[in-house]
Design a protein around this ligand. Structure first.
Ligand code: FES
Length: 155
């Protein structure tokens, strides 16, 4: 039977994250441990799920601050249930959908005019003649339109 609590070395080994990174996550409030009488850290096994989600979320571009804000909605003092994770994922839905849209736009439009003002492609005179899209604001206006970014994610 798997132990309920893990040492920092066991967490590092099972999660694939360096001990120094675990200490950093803990200092940032993303994970937490209890101390033994001898002062050694002990983690509940649910820390492995948190670390996995941190790594995946970071790999798709979420900041540690966004991850910390989401984790702050999880209950303290007990292992989060499936329902707790469902509520967290609902909070993240708009942000993740916006990122999916951005990545899709990037994948599908990297070879076309994105309305950024460079006028460097053959299609720019067609889609952004004379940089008329500059009137709408800075950045790649055609891509920003298509991404439908939430207000808090717009540049
Ligand atoms: S790609 Fe920059 S304005 Fe067309």
């Amino acid at each position: 039977m798997a132990p309920k609590e893990l040492s920092v070395g066991e967490v590092a080994r099972r999660s694939g994250v360096a001990v120094s990174t675990l200490h950093f996550y803990e200092a940032e409030g993303l994970i937490r441990s209890e101390r033994t009488a001898a002062g050694h850290r002990r983690y509940g096994r649910d820390v492995l799920r948190r670390i996995a989600i941190i790594r995946i979320a970071q790999s798709v571009g979420l900041s540690l601050a966004e991850i910390a804000a989401a984790f702050a909605t999880l209950p303290k003092g007990r292992t989060p249930s499936a329902r707790d994770w469902t509520l967290l994922s609902q909070d993240w839905r708009d942000s993740l959908t916006a990122r999916i849209n951005q990545l899709t736009q990037l994948r599908d439009n990297l070879d076309g005019c994105i309305g950024c003002g460079c006028l460097s492609l053959e299609t720019c005179p067609l889609w952004n003649d004379g940089d008329r899209l500059a009137k709408r604001g800075p950045g790649p206006q055609r891509m920003l339109d298509a991404c439908a970014l939430p207000a808090n994610l717009k540049p």
